[in-house]
Write a protein that binds this ligand. Structure first.
Ligand SMILES: C/C(=N\NC(=N)NO)c1ccc(NC(=O)c2cc3cccc([N+](=O)[O-])c3[nH]2)cc1
Length: 345
């Protein structure tokens, strides 16, 4: 693999991190790329480098008409966000492939934790889930060691691909910070253009626009559903919806909210935790808990857990300087704004 010259001037590439084989397989199924360890020459610090293969990226059909737009949207999102539970970008290079240089998350992917035979403790699930909610939610800004936190939804950003592979752990310790990554499917919400459309006569308006009125403004609820699936898997160790289920297709399981409940896998899980899962896995987005509502749920009213999070945060503040993203190469192509309401299903 030939790395661009300007990359090689700054970094020494090392081994592959995480599940290369799965990354390789996912290349054939669509999303593609691997993550490698690298050393920053100027500081000798370790970094992670996400390599996104351009050719497979286009062939996978994962991208909109213009694949470069996707990556540019993603890079702009990565540069814009500044939150302890969202991955930080350090640099970006475009050559025959895309190279995204990021902070190292030595605990690897949550996917590998939930795949282990021994289930995660409920308190650990709570600490991780609390951080995922903080990262995604709309919230009145609170000050951290780096100033006001920018939340994804607060910035009109929907992740749209939340899953255990995209939740990274800061250390191999069970009690650690998590960070959400991979904004390759994210959308940036523009101003509520549907409202402007409705100011005029609907005489020429397509039916799907009028039909979308019911779900208008709920596009961010997709992240809350995904968080519900992640919480389900963390608590009981198996996914709520899967192909092995014979009665219903995976699609029907999801669209009807028919999750598989294996009582023996849930007997050590509190009723409050299960109650929160049930209120996130609600098919109607307008009835699904929002991230703010989820944070108010009784299961998360746990001062010990919140103190632990603040202590973890304080540790990172002492040994880290605020991110320097201003020196990175800017992305040039104009980014499309996704309307607030996506028409149709
Ligand atoms: C930005 C992004 N994806 N964007 C995208 N469009 N993907 O298709 C992206 C996706 C995944 C990652 N993953 C990692 O940084 C990452 C995975 C992993 C596994 C073991 C160990 C480490 N580690 O940092 O030590 C790991 N880091 C980092 C960035």
């Amino acid at each position: 693999m030939m790395f661009p010259k300007e990359f090689r001037e700054k970094y020494i590439m090392s081994k592959t991190l995480g599940r290369f084989l799965t990354e390789l397989c996912s290349c054939f199924s669509g999303a593609c790329g691997e993550v490698k360890l690298a050393f920053e020459k100027s500081t000798c610090n370790k970094v992670a480098v996400k390599i996104i293969n351009k050719r497979k990226f286009v062939a996978s059909g994962l991208t909109d008409a213009n694949p470069a737009l996707n990556i540019n949207t993603e890079i702009e999102i990565l540069k814009k966000i500044d939150h302890p539970c969202l991955i930080k970008i350090k640099n970006f290079f475009e050559a025959e492939d895309y190279y995204i240089v990021l902070e190292l998350m030595e605990g690897g992917e949550l996917y590998d934790r939930v795949s282990r035979p021994i289930k995660m403790k409920e308190d650990t699930c709570k600490l991780y889930f609390y951080q995922m909610l903080l990262a995604v939610k709309v919230h009145n800004r609170s000050v951290t060691c780096w100033g006001a936190l920018n939340y994804l939804h607060d910035n009109g950003i929907i992740h749209r691909d939340l899953k255990p592979e995209n939740v990274l752990l800061s250390s191999s310790e069970e009690i650690c910070l998590i960070k959400i990554t991979d904004f390759g499917q994210s959308k940036i919400l523009g101003e509520a253009s549907l409202m402007k459309t409705l100011c005029g006569t609907p005489m020429y308006l397509a039916p799907e626009v009028l039909n979308s009125l019911g779900t208008a403004g709920y596009s961010r609820a997709v992240d809350c559903w995904s968080l519900g699936v992640i919480l389900f898997v963390c608590l009981c160790g198996y996914p709520p919806f899967n192909e092995q289920n014979t009665q219903l297709s995976l699609k029907d399981q999801i669209t009807h909210g028919k999750y598989t409940f294996i009582a023996k896998e849930w007997k050590h899980v509190s009723d409050m935790a299960l109650d929160l899962v049930k209120k996130l896995l609600v098919v109607d987005p307008s009835k699904r808990l929002t991230t703010e509502e989820a944070l108010e749920h009784p299961w998360l009213q746990d001062e010990d857990m919140k103190t632990t999070f603040q202590q973890l945060l304080a540790q990172t503040c002492t040994n880290m300087s605020p991110p320097e993203t201003s020196k990175m190469p800017t992305t040039t192509r104009k980014r499309l704004h996704e309307n607030e309401e996506e028409y149709g299903s």
